[in-house]
Design a protein around this ligand. Sequence first.
Ligand code: GLN
Length: 197
Amino acid sequence: MRLGVLALQGDFHEHQVILEQLGAEVRQVRLPEHLSGLSGLIIPGGESTTIGKLAVDFGLIEPLREFGRTRAVWGTCAGAIFLSQDARRSQPLLGLMDISVERNAFGRQVNSFEVDLCVDFPPTVDPLRRPFHAVFIRAPLIERAGAGVQVLSRLEDGRIVAARQAKLLATSFHPELTRDDRFHRLFMELAGEAPAA
Ligand code: GLN
């Protein structure tokens, strides 16, 4: 079983390194045929409008939708926007997750921040429930989560920053930029692949 990183734009390489450290075989996805045989895909942070435009240009929109109907897909930051149904403006979206997002909800690049979050990980991933140190860079908020969506984490003021819908995962922040691999382990579990111990 193999995992993919959508390698159109953004920090896909950081995700790839962590997945490989956890024992996965990782393929960079740029064309529809690169999806074949994968059990899960990460859509990285970057710029959601750019990722969306390139996905249109490379004929990836429908293949990605088809892929995400049955397999694990995790979007971080721009990737979470791309997974959503609504981003309040017209840009290509996969619409796979029943969430609406507000882009750049915390302001500009200089308003980026880091915060410790409580995350509702399954006990297989994190029996100890330690806080997760999260990095937010021009991050989106998940302003609406539909009935089938499980909220995994909120800021102290209650706003949603991580959510899961069956095998789909969305995080406003960037777990690939810290050493904590619990979200990558969760993703591998959703993809049906147990991380190496
Ligand atoms: N602000 C970017 C967007 O709207 C996301 C930023 C990021 O991925 N770090 O797409």
